[in-house]
Design a binder for this molecule. Structure first.
Ligand code: SF4
Length: 280
C-alpha cells in the first residue's frame, strides 16, 4: 500500500461558479483549500502538494509537468451557472480531458463538475455527466474522496459527503495552499462557507442538491479566517451560503447572536482585512 507520506499530489483548479459559491479569480473557492487540508489530514506532506490554476497551465505549459509527474492528480472545477469573468477563464471540458490524459499517476475529478458537463462552460443546463477519462470521479465531496483515496493507498473510496468536524480540520489544515495561488496575496479573495444547501427548491438552481442548510459553527469559520489571515489573505467573502441572514437560525427568524459571533469573531482575528461582504 502506498504510504501517504511518500505521495506527491498536484491539484488543478479549473474554477467553480455555483449559485452560492464563487471560485473564478480573484475568488478562490473552498474546494482546493479543503482538498489540500484533507490530503494533509490523510498524511500527505504539505511540501508535496502543488496547486495550480488552469490559467497558470495555459500561460506556462512547463507547469503541466507537475500534472504529469504527480502520484495523484486532483482536478477540481465545475460551472453550474452561466457567467462572464474578468479575472480568469474557466476550464473547458476538452482541457479537463487533456489534463487527465497528461497525468501519469492516479487521477481524481471532483467539485460541481459532478453535476454535469456540457460542450462548453455555459452553466449546467446540459446535465449529462461525462467522466472525462479520469480514474475516479467524486460523486460526493471531492475533499472527502481525496482523503479516503489517499488513506486507502490510492485503491479507491466510497462516495460520501464530509461532515462539519472534517471541515473544521480541513479548512485550517488547507490554508497553506492559498500561497500558491497566482493572485496571492493582494488580489485574492477567499470564499468562506458558512453553510451549504437550501430549504427551497427553485427548479433552476443547483444549491438544493446539497440538501437542507447545514450551518457551520461560527467558531469554525472564524478559525479558518484566522488561518488564512496568517497565510497573508486579506480579503474574504462570506458567500458560500444561500442566505447569510439565516446563519445559525431556525429557518424562521434570524439569529443575531450567531451573526454577531461570526462577524465579530472575523473582525477580531483579521482586524486589518478588507471589508467582508455577503450575498443576500
Ligand atoms: S432560494 Fe435556494 S434554491 Fe432558490 S435560488 Fe436561492 S439558493 Fe437556489
Amino acid at each position: 500500500m502506498t504510504d501517504p507520506a511518500d505521495l506527491s499530489v498536484t491539484i488543478v483548479d479549473g474554477y467553480v461558479d455555483e449559485p452560492a459559491h464563487f471560485g473564478v479569480p480573484p475568488y478562490m473557492s473552498t474546494y482546493p483549500r479543503y482538498t489540500a487540508g484533507a490530503l494533509v489530514d490523510a498524511g500527505v506532506s504539505q511540501d508535496s502538494i502543488t496547486y495550480h490554476t488552469i490559467d497558470e497551465l495555459r500561460d506556462d505549459r512547463h507547469k503541466r509537468a507537475d500534472v504529469a509527474d504527480a502520484d495523484l492528480f486532483v482536478y477540481v472545477g465545475g460551472m453550474t451557472v452561466p457567467g462572464s469573468y474578468v479575472g480568469g477563464t474557466p476550464a473547458e471540458p476538452d482541457e479537463v480531458r487533456e489534463l487527465g490524459w497528461t497525468a501519469d499517476g492516479t487521477t481524481l475529478l471532483g467539485g460541481p463538475v459532478r453535476f454535469g458537463v456540457g460542450e462548453e462552460n455555459a452553466g449546467a443546463q446540459e446535465m449529462e455527466r461525462d467522466d472525462l477519462d479520469y480514474d475516479f470521479v467524486a460523486k460526493g465531496d471531492v475533499e472527502a474522496a481525496a482523503h479516503d483515496l489517499v488513506a486507502a493507498g490510492l485503491e479507491g473510496f466510497g462516495d460520501r459527503m464530509r461532515d462539519n468536524a472534517e471541515v473544521d480540520r480541513w479548512a485550517a489544515l488547507g490554508a497553506f495552499v492559498v500561497e500558491q495561488h497566482p493572485n496571492h496575496p493582494d488580489y485574492l479573495i477567499c470564499e468562506m462557507e458558512t453553510s451549504r444547501g437550501c430549504a427551497y427548491r427553485c427548479s433552476f438552481c443547483t444549491e438544493p442538491l446539497y440538501g437542507n442548510p447545514a450551518f457551520r459553527e461560527a467558531r469554525s469559520v472564524v478559525d479558518e479566517v484566522d488561518a488564512l489571515s496568517d497565510r497573508g489573505v486579506a480579503h474574504f467573502r462570506l458567500g458560500r451560503q444561500a442566505d447569510i441572514l439565516a446563519f445559525g437560525g431556525d429557518g424562521e427568524a434570524p439569529n443575531p447572536d450567531a451573526l454577531r459571533e461570526l462577524y465579530g469573531g472575523i473582525r477580531a482575528v483579521a482586524p486589518t482585512s478588507g471589508r467582508s461582504t455577503s450575498t443576500t
